[in-house]
Design a protein around this ligand. Structure first.
Ligand SMILES: [Zn+2]
Length: 118
């Protein structure tokens, strides 16, 4: 279950960022994950829930932007699904190139700083 170590690394980054800004709570954590990572969303969310418990990230919203893997026709440039790439494109070409992403990044965190308190 590599989602646990992924969640830990991302959470650490989020908590460090929050600490640098003196935040009281992390409202939203936004991630970008490439399809090549083969991350199971449900497992990742569960891991976040478990790891963030008791921290200022507990209960924060985790938003995930998935970057899908696609095959692109080398002639007309259209994008085809993985199951179509074995065949011929509608333009007659059989040249396909694979475009995938193995991104795994924390793109932003929304912090709550509670400046009004006092
Ligand atoms: Zn084509």
């Amino acid at each position: 279950m590599h989602e646990l170590s992924i969640a830990q690394a991302l959470l650490d980054t989020a908590l460090t960022t929050a600490a640098e800004h003196g935040a009281k709570r992390i409202a939203t954590i936004r991630l970008r994950i490439g399809g090549l990572r083969q991350v199971v969303e449900e497992s990742l969310r569960q891991a976040f829930d478990i790891l963030s418990e008791g921290s200022i990230a507990e209960g924060s919203v985790v938003r995930i932007d998935w970057v899908p893997s696609v095959w692109r026709c080398g002639v007309c440039g259209c994008v085809v699904g993985a199951e179509d790439a074995a065949d011929t494109c509608s333009c007659g070409s059989r040249e396909f190139s694979f475009e995938g992403s193995d991104d795994l990044v924390l793109t932003s965190v929304d912090l709550e700083c509670d400046d009004d308190e006092d």
